[in-house]
Design a protein around this ligand. Structure first.
Ligand code: B12
Length: 457
């Protein structure tokens, strides 16, 4: 009999959550590695349910889903955690009903080990709740907790109740975990320097799916002051582009997947040796998939040739990281992009066939010391370039260059309470960029590029 390991992707507890092609790709990679080592793996994804279970009928209105794999989650109202009580917004549990999770746990075989993942630091209450329930259902079974919450807030994560916390990439640490907890030597191990030695994430554990998320690289060569990428993956590593396409072809041909989203921090970097050969191979194989890039792409890498290939290969959802049109802040935050890069890239993308509303440009709103006027000028700048501004609220992250300034400028105790890292709160709001001003700015992203924006000052 195979030894049994349970993997859990916890719920999201938040004011808002949308399934913008969310997948626990790290946990699924660990699942694949466990299977390679002869384990039986059971997955409960609290956002989607368990393929091994009979799903309970869900009460109330059913969430709207789209055939390309994004959409709303099922949600249930939750009482706000104490630190958030004064926030005048509803708080929800996103994912399967709590009762369904408990029933899933009761239907599966008792595992010998449980691996729990975590994503946003401010989603930790769901992680803590899940661990509490696991302990009730499977007393004595060791629980290992990893993921971004642990990597970025290791001290806070001590309170989660896990038997072991694992920071950073799990694949290379798994053999020691298996040895320590189960006394088992791993016959198959990955080479951390070679991402192509990692097995494909175990998406088949879900049964039928419309979409999968993949990575062509880990880490990022830039060190932007607001970003945690280098804390999560200290080394920038890339896969072989042809092997990436082999993986895409595998999911498309063997599992009928037509929608692929890339989770890379730096998908277009080193385009001559990475993105261009990958796109050429997708085109050569005539893979009729649609590709989505919910995480920002680097504008500087977009050339005429690259834009044409992206369009031809089927890149449909494209988002770029621009953050601000303020030249000084661009330089101070790491120098990854200039205003000229944006203008040039958008011109190439339009020429390649994309419409202005296809070219989503992320702008950061609520950076320490940032004014509403700066954000408004950035919105107008993006619109004048014929692209679509997309506001993303700044989420302060411990260990990043901007962290100390964020602690100083935030009206919330962000250093003591990760719940206040939540972008929805606009954690570093101030008198020059208040929540009301932000609401107004969001409205300004919607008006057409022909219209003039009202000045905020
Ligand atoms: C893809 C991505 C998204 C996707 C969705 C991701 C998802 N599944 O939820 C999208 C584009 C939607 C998104 C949105 C946002 N994101 Co985001 N996102 C990422 C990104 C780039 C990759 C995450 C990922 O899947 N990595 C790849 C896999 C392989 O890694 P992994 O799951 O962590 O797993 C590995 C390890 O953690 C470990 N591990 C994981 N689990 C376990 C369990 C055990 C037991 C063990 C041993 C090990 C282990 O091993 C795994 C395999 O190597 C990260 C940055 C990064 N590089 O991590 C930012 C990141 C997580 N996002 C961030 C932010 C700020 C946001 C936004 C708030 C941005 C904004 N202002 O709008 C929004 C919020 C979304 C929301 N409210 O729903 C921040 C974190 C913020 C925080 N406070 O936690 C990050 C770190 C980026 C940054 N700026 O620094 N994001």
């Amino acid at each position: 009999m195979k030894r049994n390991i349970l993997l859990i992707n916890p719920w999201i507890y938040d004011f808002a959550a949308y399934d913008f092609w969310l997948s626990p790709v790290g946990l699924l990679s660990l699942a694949a590695l466990l299977r390679k080592n002869g384990y039986a793996v059971q997955l409960i994804d609290c956002l989607r349910g368990s393929s091994a279970s009979t799903t309970l009928p869900r009460p109330g209105k059913q969430p709207k889903r789209f055939s390309s794999g994004h959409g709303h989650f099922f949600k249930e109202p939750l009482q706000k955690p104490l630190p958030l009580r004064s926030i005048p917004r509803k708080y929800n549990r996103y994912g399967i009903p709590a009762e369904e999770f408990r029933q899933n746990l009761q239907q599966i075989c008792r595992p010998e080990l449980i691996l729990v993942t975590s994503m946003m630091t401010y989603w930790y209450p769901a992680v803590h709740d899940v661990i509490g329930l696991l302990k009730e259902e499977f007393p004595g079974v060791p629980i290992i907790l990893g993921g971004n919450y642990v990597t970025l807030c290791p001290d806070h994560a001590q309170s989660a109740g896990a038997n072991l916390l694992v920071r950073g990439e799990g694949e290379s640490q798994l053999p020691k975990i298996l040895k320590d907890f189960l006394g088992h030597d791993s016959a198959f191990q990955v080479d951390a320097l070679d991402l192509d030695s990692y097995p494909y994430p175990a998406y088949d554990l879900y049964g039928k799916r419309e979409q999968i998320s993949i990575l062509t690289s880990k880490g990022c060569p830039f060190h932007c002051s607001y970003c945690a990428s280098h804390l999560i993956n200290p080394r920038y590593r890339r896969r072989n582009p042809i092997k990436v396409v082999e993986e895409i072809a595998y999911w498309h041909e063997e599992h009928g997947i037509n929608h692929i989203s890339f989770y890379d921090d730096a998908l277009l970097i080193d385009r001559e040796t990475m993105a261009i050969p990958m796109l050429d191979e997708i085109i050569r194989r005539k893979l009729s998939c649609q590709f989505h890039c919910p995480n920002g792409l680097h504008l500087r890498e977009v050339t005429g040739d690259l834009a044409k290939r992206m369009f031809k290969a089927g890149f449909r959802t494209i988002r770029f990281g621009f953050e601000t049109a303020d030249v000084r802040r661009q330089m101070d935050s790491g120098g990854k992009v200039t205003n000229e890069d944006l203008e040039r890239a958008v011109a190439y993308l339009l020429e390649a066939g994309y419409a202005p509303q296809d070219i989503g440009v992320y702008l950061l709103c609520g950076l320490p010391g940032q004014s509403a006027r700066e954000v408004l000028e950035t919105i107008n700048y993006v619109k004048n370039c014929q692209a679509k501004p997309v506001i993303t609220e700044y989420s302060p992250i411990p260990g990043t260059v901007l962290w100390e300034a964020s602690v100083q400028s935030s009206p919330y105790p962000i250093a003591a309470e990760p719940l206040f890292h939540n972008n929805t709160l606009l954690p570093c709001q101030s008198s020059i960029l208040s929540f009301d001003m932000y609401e107004h700015l969001k409205g300004q992203t919607k008006v057409t590029s022909q219209q003039d924006c009202r000045r905020l000052d």
